[in-house]
Structure formats: structure tokens, C-alpha cells
Design a protein around this ligand. Structure first.
Ligand code: PAF
Length: 280
């Protein structure tokens, strides 16, 4: 695996591959890699000839500077994992490479950015959209993949690529769960043994709602209540939001019709845990 830290170096590598007709696939990450990220890289093997992964902890998407400072960095381990997956290029730029002095552009995907995460984390999605655009311009991928775990982020990228006519195919990577049902996240490492056990209430609640849907329940309030009932059994768990939404608009719906999803964020032991499930 070749590691590039500058855009010039990366472009030289990519140009050489493109010259011989290779299709470039891209997985953007902020490091602290786990099986969820690796499964994205694995999925890309069927869609590209060359796989590029980026590791860049993007300061502009942290609305709380303390979260940015506390972000776990495990670069050596991440590199070893990517080598093992057979990733061809790692792009790991510095903050100054991505945001040189004088940088002043921001991309705002207006509607998709408004609710849920956007409402609780002002500026977060502008930070994501801007850095992903910079990374896309640096990597020039033919195809890129984003996990369904951050479903609103995935929709934001799909919308941005469509609106700005970027010639990049966006793939959706399935959310990966641990054997016990917990959605994989770098944040899970911050939970105690008890916190982790309590966090299983989230996937239990989501599964209960999905089972109810499969038995014919289409009322969004009822489905949300099934999720809430599991989570509220846990002392100290706080639901930040819980909603049945339309997958395209992310608007809250009253009845499940067409493609809908339950989005939920729960805070346990101070750790924000995002999860979601497709209602099919
Ligand atoms: O999902 C992430 O890890 C980040 O938001 C992304 C897409 C790499 C942008 O910094």
C-alpha cells in the first residue's frame, strides 16, 4: 500500500492508474478503523480496480472542539488493517494540506442538512460536505462508498453529488453489527461493560419495530414507541431523537409507505450512539 500525504503525490499515483484505464474506488474515513470500514473497502473490490482510502480527522465537522481533541487516532493499526485488506493507496493528509491558510469555501446542502444530526450539531454537515468535496477533487474517484450507519450523511453525499453533477457513483455500504447486535462504531470503545450491555437496548428496540412492521404495523408513533420502550428500560439512557422518516427526504412520516427508516440517537454514559434500521 502506498501512503500519500500530499494532494500532488496522490494525483501522480491516481493519474498513472487512470492512464491505463483503471477504475478508482474510494472510501473516506476519519480512521479508528473497525470492521464497518473494512467491509466498505471489501465491497469496493467488486466495483473498482484500484482502492483508495483516506484517513483525515476533519476539524470542520466537529461542532464541539473538545470532541475533535478527544478523537481517537490509531494510524499504525489502521494502516496494518488496510494493508491486510489489500487497499492500494492510503491518503492521510495534514490539516494544512486540506485547509491551507486563506481557505474560505463551504458547501451547504440545505434541506438534507436541517433535521436530526444537523439540528443538534450546527455546522457539522457543511464540514462533511466541504471535506468530502475536497477529498473527491483530490482522489477523483469513479466510485465512492459511504456506510448506512450514518444514514443522514449518506443522503447528504448522494444529494450533493446529484446537485453538483459530480461524475461519481455513490454506493451504500450496509450497517455492520457486532454479534450481539450493537452497530459498530469507533465510539463503542468509550463504553464500559455495563454501558455496552445497556446499548444493546437500541438494536433490540429497532428489531422489535421491524418485526411489528412485518406483522402489518404501519403507524409511525407505534413503531417509535416500540423502540423507545426498550431504550427507556435503561437507567441513564437519553434519546436525542427517534423518528420514522422517509428515506429520500428524511422528513418524519406518520405512516410507513414506500421506503422508510427509523433513525435514532441515544446517549449512554455520555457517548452518542447512532443507529437506524430500514423498515422493510
Ligand atoms: O463518516 C466519516 O468518517 C466522515 O464524516 C467522513 C465522511 C470521512 C468525512 O470526514
Amino acid at each position: 500500500m502506498k501512503t500519500c500525504t500530499t494532494i500532488a503525490e496522490l494525483r501522480a499515483e491516481i493519474t498513472a492508474f487512470k492512464r491505463v484505464g483503471k477504475r478508482v474506488g474510494f472510501v473516506p474515513t476519519m480512521g479508528a478503523l473497525h470492521e464497518g470500514h473494512l467491509s466498505l473497502a471489501r465491497t469496493l473490490t467488486e466495483h473498482s480496480d484500484v482502492r483508495v482510502c483516506s484517513i483525515f480527522v476533519n476539524p470542520t465537522q466537529f461542532n464541539d472542539p473538545k470532541d475533535y481533541q478527544a478523537y481517537i487516532i490509531t494510524l499504525d493499526n489502521d494502516k496494518a488493517l488496510l494493508e491486510r485488506e489489500g487497499v492500494d493507496i492510503l491518503f492521510a493528509p495534514s490539516v494544512a494540506e486540506v485547509y491551507p491558510p486563506g481557505f474560505q469555501t463551504s458547501i451547504n446542502v440545505s434541506e438534507v442538512s436541517k433535521p436530526w444530526e444537523g439540528a443538534l450539531r450546527p455546522g457539522h454537515f457543511a464540514g462533511v460536505a466541504t471535506v468530502v468535496t475536497i477529498l473527491f477533487n483530490a482522489v477523483t474517484p469513479d466510485v465512492a462508498i459511504f456506510g448506512e450507519k450514518d444514514f443522514q450523511q449518506l443522503r447528504l453525499i448522494e444529494q450533493m453529488v446529484r446537485d453538483l453533477k459530480m461524475e461519481i457513483e455513490i454506493l451504500r455500504g450496509a450497517l455492520v453489527r457486532d454479534d450481539d447486535g450493537l452497530a459498530l462504531s469507533s465510539r463503542n470503545a468509550r463504553l464500559s461493560v455495563e454501558g455496552r450491555r445497556d446499548a444493546l437496548s437500541i438494536s433490540r428496540g429497532l428489531s422489535a419495530a421491524q418485526s411489528a412492521l412485518r406483522e402489518g404495523e404501519r403507524n409511525a408513533d407505534t413503531l417509535e414507541a416500540l423502540v423507545a420502550r426498550e431504550i427507556e428500560k435503561v437507567q441513564g439512557a437519553t434519546i436525542e431523537y427517534l423518528a420514522v422518516v422517509d428515506e429520500e427526504t428524511l422528513d418524519k412520516v406518520a405512516t410507513v409507505v414506500g421506503k422508510c427508516r427509523i433513525l435514532v440517537v441515544v446517549r449512554i454514559e455520555g457517548v452518542r450512539l447512532l443507529d437506524n434500521i430500514a423498515l422493510r
